[in-house]
Design a protein around this ligand. Structure first.
Ligand SMILES: Nc1ncnc2c1ncn2[C@@H]1O[C@H](COP(=O)(O)OP(=O)(O)OP(=O)(O)O)[C@@H](O)[C@H]1O
Ligand SMILES: [Mg+2]
Length: 223
């Protein structure tokens, strides 16, 4: 379980997140929505241990973010909003490179299967020759190499075609339900969020998102 309690974040005097509390159970997919600048990426960065909150506490499976950062990192898969892969390497080389950094090894066949699970059937092609959507698929596959318990996905499907998005969505739902993963997911595509997520967190002052989600039948938390 992930427990976030009274989390706040300010950049100098600018308060971005204020008193956010929620928990995520194994098997749940949580959507994060809000206008540009609302603080979605900031929250995911903090949960990915890349930034520190100004206040508040976070526990992942009863481990404190403050005291057990190294061990928590092993349980986290993170897809940043900006694509982070090696352009000069092939898909295969990228997967092998990131597997070397990962604490859990998979072997080549499983790495290739992970790409296929993300609807990416390129393997020997240099990344620089791939389309934007294909690069996102590779970023997603990389985040899954070490079989993380908590997956933090920051707009992972921007530019990915609808068919692949549906396939990836189905794969993530299977990961959550059959393998008890916890997934936090941001997207500006409300249909995707409603389709994919069990609960939705709205961040920011603008009631717009809450209003359009109200008829979705999903549980909504607002901060
Ligand atoms: N390193 C930083 N230093 C100062 N301010 C920052 C920093 N990172 C983010 N911010 C500010 O914090 C606010 C939240 O940014 P964040 O990137 O979390 O928003 P977001 O909800 O992810 O937006 P988007 O939908 O555009 O991705 C913005 O006002 C942004 O300018
Ligand atoms: Mg963002």
């Amino acid at each position: 379980m992930l427990n976030v309690t009274s989390l706040s974040k300010a950049y100098r005097k600018k308060v971005v997140l204020e008193q956010i509390s929620f928990s995520v159970q194994p098997g749940e997919i949580i959507g994060l929505v809000g206008e540009n600048g609302a603080g979605k990426s900031t929250l995911l960065n903090i949960l990915a241990t890349l930034q520190r909150p100004t206040n508040g506490s976070i526990y992942l499976q009863e481990k404190s973010y403050k005291d057990e950062k190294q061990s928590i990192r092993k349980a986290i898969g993170y897809v940043p909003q900006d694509i982070a892969i090696w352009e000069e390497f092939t898909v295969e080389e990228n997967m092998i490179f990131f597997e070397k950094l990962a604490w859990k090894k998979r072997g080549n066949e499983a790495l290739r299967q992970l790409c296929l699970d993300m609807s990416l059937d390129k393997w020997k092609e240099p990344v620089k020759t791939l389309s934007g959507g294909m690069k996102r698929k590779l970023n997603l596959a990389i985040s899954l190499i070490h079989d993380p318990t908590l997956l933090l996905l920051d707009e992972p499907t921007v530019g990915i075609d609808l068919k692949s998005r549906k396939e990836i969505g189905a794969y993530l739902q299977e990961l959550a339900s059959a393998h008890e993963k916890m997934i936090l997911y941001t997207s500006h595509d409300m249909d995707e969020i409603i389709d994919l997520c069990d609960r939705i967190i709205c961040i920011g002052d603008d009631p717009f998102y809450e209003e359009i989600l109200i008829n979705s039948g999903k549980a909504i938390l607002s901060f």
